[in-house]
Design a protein around this ligand. Structure first.
Ligand code: C2O
Ligand code: CU
Length: 568
């Protein structure tokens, strides 16, 4: 079982290349096969069947070098239609292989297959892949490791070894059933029963102590941890007892090294972290717990793994716990970490922040309610819970938007996603129920090729203020700044970092606050934009950005692949 890395072809030079041997620096095509299938797993003293790739949880690791291409053939032997998304891979001109269900493709039906062409460009570090259909990503996800090209190196001393660490959430029940129930009546979905670290809940969760994930380390050596938050609904703090962390990359883009005792990571984000085993030989807990600051229900448990020094020594009976791990509601711990992110911005890893703006958007990010005509209604006062961007709660179409756009099909989506909410209001004030009920629709924003785009995301206090980790497909972008309260067009831009803002694909809009991003619309295609809290995405906190073709074929969407899944 496992991933079959079948062939490694040197596309241009036509001679044989052995993986890992530094023969030359041309980009390489890798082949993987993903078999989607139900697999039995036992956690928290109970067994369930769940959808996996190749029977693995977390799923297989895709390993590439900067600039490579990966061909992944996905065979669906499961019970329902699924798609796979390559989170953070820009896929230049190739939205066909991006994956979000009914946005760029229809699902791969049971018994069918689809071949994705995953095109890497300048990403380097850690990304991940995940299912992008309903909540199937809870069990269908894995790491993408992008190493420097042969002949180039990390912008930090080469680590002794590296390890992927995937944070996720474990639901005892069937994830598809629980989200189908929640969306049918607009209720808060059931919370998870545990968090997992590399597939294991770990101490102190039921029946988890002996199966806790262990990371062996040699004293004195430095390790590169590739941390991925594949969880569904909560941001998380992460720390290792008695050990310092140095964060060197976020979302496959290098940072000025940040020395810290803990990190905060949102669903969707990835982080490359150096840790040196410089303590006395023993065993130490690696731990993660949620950051949560809202009235919504959430899983408040802790997951652990063990950093285990190799060698002969007598450890204390139980490992020490990271006392520096912040408490669940510690907002200042979040801000103290996230405001330290700066792009590395070196000669080898330059950045180019657009200095001007051609297209300006201001998008309110809200949790709302919708009228409910069911016998059981999940929201307050006989409503259904909903969510919106600029007061529009997104409806997923039946035919994918990419196909509708490419083939000029009408009645699939509208091209009028607005540049601002219907009218200004006190976004973060006390009573904003004027926009409690959003409109609904499938509206996309059309942007001309090459425009410099700036988007201010404004959190609101409607229904329930929360943090929102927003994600845009097809791009990475500069996070210029964040702040609390209502965005002020005069004073807020003065706080922007235009020198070395981090280049990311997922960023937190602070509760009752704002965040600003900037990028050049140089990737033609249909790109999903959504909150990476699955609860909010299911309620409609989504939209689509369509970047039009440029004037040449090199700046236009590629032709569609032959084997696209059919809709219906
Ligand atoms: Cu992690 Cu729409 O993606
Ligand atoms: Cu959200």
């Amino acid at each position: 079982m496992g991933v079959k890395k079948v062939i490694l072809i040197l596309a241009f030079l036509g001679f044989l290349y052995l993986d890992g041997l530094p023969l030359c620096t041309a980009s390489v095509v890798h082949n993987y096969t993903y078999i989607l299938k139900e697999t039995k797993f036992t956690r928290l003293c109970s067994t369930k069947s769940m959808l996996t790739v190749n029977g693995q949880f977390p799923g297989p690791v895709l390993r590439v070098q900067n600039g490579d291409t990966v061909i992944v053939t996905v065979q669906n032997n499961g019970k329902y239609g699924v798609t796979i998304h390559w989170h953070g891979v820009k896929q230049p001109r190739n939205p066909w292989s991006d994956g979000p269900e009914n946005i760029t493709q229809c699902p791969i039906k049971p018994g069918k297959k689809f071949t994705y062409e995953v095109v890497f460009s300048d990403e380097e570090g850690t990304l991940w892949w995940h299912a992008h259909s309903d909540w199937s990503r809870a069990t269908v996800h894995g790491a993408i490791v992008i190493s420097p090209k042969n002949g180039t190196s990390y912008p930090f001393p080469k680590p002794y070894a590296e390890e992927v660490i995937v944070l996720a959430e474990w639901f005892k029940g069937d994830v598809k059933e629980l989200i189908d129930v929640a969306t049918a009546n607009g209720s808060d979905p059931q919370i998870s029963d545990a968090y997992t670290l590399n597939g294991q809940p770990g101490y102190p969760n039921n029946c988890s102590t002996t199966t806790t994930y262990r990371l062996p380390v040699v004293q004195g050596k430095t390790y590169l941890l590739r941390l991925i938050h594949a969880g569904m609904n909560e941001e998380m703090f992460f720390a290792i007892a008695h050990h310092k962390l140095t964060v060197v990359a976020r979302d496959a883009s290098y940072l000025k090294p940040i020395n810290t005792s803990y990190v905060l990571i949102t669903p969707g984000q990835t982080m490359d972290i150096l840790v040196t085993a410089n303590q006395s030989p023993s065993h130490y807990y690696i731990a993660a717990r949620p950051f949560f600051d809202s009235n919504a229900p959430y899983d408040n448990s802790t997951t652990t793994a063990v950093l285990q020094y190799v060698g002969h020594y007598t450890p204390p009976s139980s490992p020490s716990f990271p006392t520096q791990l912040p408490n669940i509601t510690d907002v200042s711990a979040v801000d103290n970490f996230t405001t330290r992110l700066r792009a590395l911005a070196s000669k080898d890893h330059p950045i180019s922040v657009p200095t001007g703006v051609d297209e300006r958007m201001f998008i309110t990010v809200s949790v709302n309610q919708l009228p409910c005509d069911k016998t059981v209604c999940g929201g307050p006062n006989n409503t259904m819970l909903a969510a919106s961007l600029n007061n529009i709660s997104f409806l997923t179409p039946k035919i994918d938007i990419l196909q509708a756009y490419y083939r000029n099909l009408s009645n699939v989506y509208e091209s009028n996603f607005p540049n601002r909410p219907p009218s200004p209001f006190n976004f973060t004030g006390d009573s904003n129920d004027v926009f409690l009920l959003p409109s609904t629709g499938t509206k996309a924003k059309i942007i001309e090729y090459g425009k410099r785009v700036e988007i201010v995301f404004q959190g609101t206090s409607i229904e329930n203020p929360e943090n929102h980790p927003m994600h845009l497909h097809g791009f990475s972008f500069y996070l210029l700044g964040t702040g609390y309260g209502n965005f002020n067009t005069t004073t807020s831009p003065k706080t922007y970092n235009l020198i070395d803002p981090p280049e990311v694909n997922t960023f937190g809009v602070p509760k009752s606050g704002w965040a600003t991003i900037r990028f050049v619309a140089n990737n033609p295609g249909v790109w999903f934009m959504h909150c990476h809290l699955e609860r909010h995405a299911s309620w409609g906190m989504n939209t689509v950005i369509i970047v039009k073709n440029g004037t040449t074929s090199a700046t236009s969407i590629r032709p569609p692949p032959a084997n696209l899944p059919t809709c219906s």
